[in-house]
Design a protein around this ligand. Structure first.
Ligand SMILES: C[S@@+](CC[C@H](N)C(=O)[O-])C[C@H]1O[C@@H](n2cnc3c(N)ncnc32)[C@H](O)[C@@H]1O
Length: 243
């Protein structure tokens, strides 16, 4: 339907050398993602669950469950787990694993790609939040046990990442955890950086020491880290706890 509407609009805009494209945003804070329809169709064609298909195609088989296991071990969440918040949930592959492991009463999702909303909103106890690309404004202070973002701050602009870190520190409750992966210095080996140069990579490294201090200034202590595949290299998942 959207493409049917886009055609007449684009016919009018053509002399201006401008066109509208479904599902993209002009907001510099918001980065693009896989189109939901195509990704789901490809997984169905391969006869695989979507999460397993995405792991196999874009990372390594089992990467998502491995990362979630490592994150939850370091997070050491209180039981029962009342609320989890995820930024940039995408296909929901991490959400599925987290929900199956900790059964939160509320799983809040901030996702800017609207075409993934129908799938995400069907996850158990999912609460779709208004995603402005910068904040988790609909989540009250100190209200969630875990707030996490996976494969998001590896490509968002620094002002977006820093803003979200501040927000994550705001919403996590005492005894809870904040987890996210970054491209730290330890992910920047010679072969990976050479490949980033070759492919004009859109990845955005973030200084680990700065992150640790920024979170410490907000009452969060680093519990540990875990490296996960992010071809052509790895990303470092950092897990912080609020005592
Ligand atoms: C590389 S994908 C990772 C998706 C998912 N976390 C996973 O690992 O499968 C990045 C996700 O962040 C979303 N995103 C991009 N910019 C964002 C922003 N400013 N705020 C929140 N989400 C954003 C994208 O739509 C996409 O779902």
């Amino acid at each position: 339907m959207r493409s049917m509407l886009a055609k007449p609009v684009n016919d009018v805009l053509r002399p201006l050398h401008v066109q509208i494209v479904a599902g993209t945003s002009s907001d510099p804070a918001v980065k693009g993602f896989l189109p939901a329809r195509k990704a789901i169709a490809a997984a169905n064609k391969a006869g695989m669950p979507l999460g397993a298909y995405l792991d196999q195609t874009y990372a390594k088989p089992g990467a998502t469950p491995d990362t979630v296991r490592a994150m939850l071990k370091l997070a050491d969440l209180p039981e029962p787990c009342e609320a989890v918040c995820e930024i940039g949930a995408g296909s929901g592959r991490f959400a599925e694993e987290v929900i199956a492991a900790v059964h939160p009463a509320r799983y809040e999702i901030y996702e800017t790609a609207r075409d993934w909303w129908p799938r995400l909103s069907e996850l158990p106890n999912a609460v779709m939040r208004k995603a402005d690309g910068r904040t988790v404004a609909e989540t009250p202070d100190r209200s969630v046990d875990l707030v996490h973002a996976q494969k998001v701050f590896v490509y968002t602009e620094f002002f977006v990442t820093a803003g979200y870190l501040e927000e994550m520190a705001r919403v996590v409750r005492p005894g809870g955890a904040v987890a996210f992966d970054i491209l730290s210095e330890d992910c920047m080996d010679e072969a990976t950086v050479r490949e980033w140069i070759r492919i004009s990579s859109f990845y955005r490294p973030t200084p680990r020491a700065w992150v640790v201090q920024f979170m410490k200034d907000r009452g969060l202590t680093l519990a540990g880290s875990h490296f996960s595949p992010l071809p052509p290299g790895t990303a470092e998942l950092l897990v912080f706890r609020r005592g």
